[in-house]
Design a protein around this ligand. Structure first.
Ligand code: G3D
Ligand code: MG
Length: 177
């Protein structure tokens, strides 16, 4: 089976759980303690998804870029995003401002990668009740852009929907050149 490689970036406000989602997806673990490093960390992980054409599966090597230490979307350098075919845009359901900032992160990503695809991860689901989550959702208007292919509530702690967001992105990126 041939392998197709795709660069994807994790984007979102500081401390929403970008690194934790990658650790959960790539290393199968969650840790409350991280040493904050400065710079960019690149991880690789192969996933198998149904081939968009014909039958069988296609192996996709995701090259996952994680930026460290930024506080605001403005601080994300375009060079970090360049060449990415997809992004996981992350917000923290316990902090509404991180949800309000989703659109700005999307705009930045699409300005650098106009053909890219994005999945939204509303992370830290384990920290909120159903009622709190509903209250948060009333505050937000989710972007109705065709390139935003899905929005999931996730938890890097429990693993809820973590594989799903990466797989969904991998599968849909195969359809674009
Ligand atoms: P970032 O990479 O977006 O900056 P991190 O965010 O992955 O470093 O996570 C920031 C903090 O949130 C970390 O805690 C991490 O353990 C916690 N976190 C991330 N995802 C989840 C989640 O799904 N559930 C819960 N309960 N916590 C999460 P610390 O204490 O190290 O700041
Ligand atoms: Mg991080």
């Amino acid at each position: 089976m041939s392998v197709i490689s795709k660069k994807i970036c994790l984007v979102g406000d500081f401390s929403v759980g970008k690194t934790s989602l990658i650790r959960r997806f790539v290393d199968r673990q969650f840790s409350d303690r991280y040493l904050s490093t400065v710079g960019v960390k690149i991880s690789r992980k192969s996933v198998e998804v149904p081939a968009p054409e014909g039958t069988g599966n296609q192996q996709v090597q995701l090259i996952v870029w994680d930026i460290e230490g930024q506080t605001k979307f403005k601080a994300i350098a375009p060079s970090y995003l360049q060449g990415a075919k997809g992004a996981i845009i992350v917000a923290d359901v316990t902090r509404s401002e991180t949800i309000e900032n989703l659109q700005q992160h999307l705009d930045l990503f699409f300005s650098v990668c106009p053909k890219g695809l994005a999945v939204i991860a509303l992370n830290k689901l384990d920290l909120v009740s159903e009622e709190e989550l509903e209250a948060q959702f009333k505050l937000v208007h989710f972007p109705e852009q065709p390139q935003v292919i899905a929005a999931h509530t996730t938890s890097a702690k429990t693993g809820k929907d973590v594989d799903e967001i990466f797989h969904k992105l991998a599968y849909n990126m195969l359809k674009i050149k």
